[in-house]
Design a protein around this ligand. Structure first.
Ligand code: G1P
Length: 297
């Protein structure tokens, strides 16, 4: 039996307070890594995994996101007139098919589980992916594609997983899994933001999920969890007891936490260094400032 996934939910309702004042008037998902907004990376990853229906869970002040995925006819005609073919192609690659993106608002910031639940009527009764655009993942094969391929074989519920340092575990959802080197692991338990020292492992949930519609029904209860929020992790954890069908997927690739300033800056440098048009100049600059700093010490 194959389990196809064609719908993805993008929770983009967060206020982005860690990036104030920049996020006072622009959504954090519009912040750029080099020259592409964070949300573009998430959309491209979803497309590469075969997603054709995109659901954005937004909130007040996020209309720049809707505009970003709309056509820009004035800009296109100016570029055409000036024969700027390359720029035109860049712009066209961001266009979405009409009707491919749906927007739904989360009226209150009640947590990630609640945000996903807000999309329930648009998702319907089929498995769906969730992508957290803050988690930017690079690699030979896009993370969600790896997961969709594994999911086609096993179904159930799947979360992306990665080892994190023990002292960082309380910032994540953490999995309780049997010790094994395999990529796909049956999950015995999961806990959102465990208290320091109480995490069952150092295998953290990273922002890619493939979930069954049962998770949306589990969220109907609106149960509050860590931080007083309605947690997606808790709704998935219920399925461990109910069906046993929850898997952690250790993806191949590097993950950047673009929800934090340090992670965002690291991603900016890494992405710029991977660009042939920027690499040499940036590399020379980095060498130079590091040498100057070392000499001063
Ligand atoms: C969310 C999830 C958490 C996961 C993390 C990954 O937390 O609730 O389980 O480990 O994303 O980035 P947040 O970072 O929104 O606090």
């Amino acid at each position: 039996m194959t389990h196809r996934v064609t719908t993805a939910v993008f929770p983009v309702a967060g206020m982005g307070t860690r990036f104030l004042p920049a996020t006072k008037s622009i959504p954090k998902e519009i912040l750029t890594l080099v020259d592409r907004p964070l949300i573009q990376y998430a959309i491209d990853e979803a497309r590469a995994a075969g997603i054709t229906e995109f659901i954005f869970v937004t909130s007040r002040g996020k209309s720049a996101l809707e505009d970003y995925f709309d056509c820009a006819p004035e800009l296109e005609s100016v570029l055409k007139q000036k024969n700027k073919t390359e720029l035109l192609e860049l712009l066209e690659a961001t266009n979405m098919e009409s009707g491919a993106i749906a927007y739904v608002r989360q009226h209150q910031a009640l947590g990630l589980g609640h945000a996903v639940w807000c999309a329930r009527h648009l998702i319907g009764d089929k498995p769906f992916a969730v992508i957290l655009p803050d988690d930017v993942i690079t690699g030979e094969e896009p993370c969600l594609k790896q997961m969709v391929e594994a999911y086609a074989e096993i179904g159930g519920n799947m979360v992306a997983a990665m080892e994190v340092p023990a002292d960082k575990a309380s910032a994540y959802g953490i999995l309780d899994v049997p010790s094994s080197v395999s990529r796909c692991l049956p999950v015995r338990g999961m806990v959102e933001k465990p208290a320091p020292g109480s995490a069952p492992s150092n295998l953290a949930i990273i922002g890619r999920y493939i979930l069954t519609p049962q998770i949306l029904r589990n969220l109907d209860g609106q149960q509050r969890g860590a931080g007083g929020e309605i947690q997606l992790t808790d709704a998935i954890a219920l399925e461990i007891a109910n069906s046993g069908n929850v898997f952690g997927y250790r993806f191949q690739g590097e993950r950047f936490d673009c929800g934090s300033k340090a992670g965002y800056l690291q991603a900016t440098v890494a992405f710029a260094l991977s660009r042939p048009d920027l690499r040499d100049e940036l590399e020379a600059y980095l060498h130079q400032i590091l040498a100057t700093r070392q000499a001063a010490q």
